[in-house]
Design a protein around this ligand. Sequence first.
Ligand code: BDP
Length: 697
Amino acid sequence: ETGYDLWLRYQPLQNQTVLTTYRQQISGITLGGNAETMKIIGEELQHGLSAMLQKKITVTNKSSSTASLIAATGISPLLAGTEVKKLLAQTGEEGFIILSQNINGQKRIIISGNTDKAVLYGAFHFLRLIQTEQAIHNLQVVSVPKVKLRMLNHWDNMNRTVERGYAGFSLWNWHTLPGYIDPRYIDYARANASIGINGTVLTNVNANATILTKNYLEKVKALADAFRPYGIKVYLTARFSAPIEIGGLKTADPLDEKVRQWWKDKVKEIYQYVPDFGGFVVKANSEGQPGPQDYKRSHTDGANMLAEAVAPFNGIIMWRAFVYSAEKNVDRHKQAYDEFVPLDGSFNKNVMVQVKNGAIDFMPREPFHPLFGAMPKTPLMMEFQVTQEYLGQATNLVYLGPLFKECLEADTYTNGKGSTVAKVLDGSFNKAQTLTGITGVANIGNDINWCGHPFAQANWYAMGRLAWDHSLSAERIAEEWLRMTYSNHPAFLQTASKLMMESRETYVQYSNPIGLHHIMGTGHHYGPAPWVSNLNRPDWNPVYYHKADSIGIGFNRTATGSNALEQYHPEARKIWENMNTCEEKNLLWFHHVPWTFKMKSGRNLWDELCFNYYTGAEKVKTMQQAWAGLEPYVDKQRHDQVRMLLNVQYDEAIWWRNACLLYFQTFSKKPIPANYPQPDKTLEYYKSLRFPLAPGN
Ligand code: BDP
């Protein structure tokens, strides 16, 4: 197997008892309607169930049918007289129910919702139950998504390179669009629909205005048409200077009437091609991108101008908060908060502010962004990074479920204890909030297995599942994914799930332990380079972040330092503000700590750093062993691929460990404890490594 089928493999079920029961329980499918989405539902159920149960499953529209499954919206005559309508009063536009019911003395399973799209989500959920071998004799599932916008952000350039992409080139072949609809577009849409994703931003946040020209809008339309039956809306990134670049105007000033009119006309044109176009994501005045501040206007001026243009069509604007200014010499950690909090309440109703999970930049471990909870009058959209820019790219097995959960469950305290980031996002604290959303920077490319590393598929999966229901546990999601992607065998699941669940912590340990961050290679961000100090801006340099010196290491963000801590609620701050009580996983994030500082383990900080780097790297060996033991449960092709990548991962872990410890040792002047194998290469060697062709250069 290549991995192309993702978690939708629909393999014949191996457990004979379960299989026999399902074969008795499932005969065929009655579909309520024959609109496009309904047809897809019929095909997906038929294809999936026939393959898994090794039995012909029929699909019909006939109301006289006594097939065991009924898939229909609530208004379908097929469901007259059932309690479905009542239940659907609480499921909104996208929620679904799956119910076991007796109809005319016959056992039936009803998959329903208020829209075809909701039934599609229900159908995929039902297939998941079968794929994961769950009992279906008494189903009472009511599932409603916790946030409205569940999206992927593709950082895809129009020449098909993917910024921070490690899985080949962009899926979107602009050259052959709109004439050729690659079947892969459909499989992409299926996969997303199966986990509840309902929006996709096709283009990079570092945007190219060309996407907004007529030629390309025709291509965008072709993709939107292909995705629509799967419930997926298309969004684009808007380059703020587009009115100049493709509009021939002299300015892109958001308060200039001509500019405003240009956007209105442009948006109108887009909606002629894509009547349900979702709206724009905007990266403005960040890392050299144009924006309203170029004209001494505010983020609000920029966002509201675009919001006004899309409002008549129900479009939205997702305005990114990832900003840090070149002029200011302020801890970068503080800048987004400083710029955006004063703007709370000033944005139009159809604007969301899109905030990364942490204040620096998708680090392997990062405390939650202080903006969460600090803008009560503005809907905030979560931006996670699914692509593993800072987490081992495509060579390391790192399951991000625990990282996503750590942030979603973090307590902002802004509405009292229990004010988790997830609750800020889902509108729990503001009943009037209609826009809610979670997005992930996609890890998808045209590699045969979509994501590069076979286990990176789990991160796409987890992103979708958590966006649908942030209360799901990372363990549960990992298990679902493993069952569908590999095997339901208990022995497999036990080992593989442990492997996944520990993988992110292991990565943190051998790369950025105890709160270290941003010490990666320049440009491509591949591998360690904590010594880099020559980049133009101070806050691009690793030395700015670790601040190692003869006394100690770490960034003092307390009141005696940059005081980024003051941006958090006093209660939230408490777990970090005192060096002696600070949770150790974030210690060096918030404190400059002496090398001799005594850690909870009894070791001093230097020895603790060594302990982490060595333990982390050794854990990769454990991962290799665990994977080797899973050979009987995994097809050869995918087993081999993961095995070889784990070898690469081990080498990279040793590289991180040696390079970082040798470098930090030049400050600590302490030995690497003698019980560890000493680095076999010099610091000079590690410093001399160059990767001019690594992705991202
Ligand atoms: C950084 C990436 C860069 C992105 C930027 C962003 O290195 O490629 O353009 O974030 O999110 O993490 O805008």
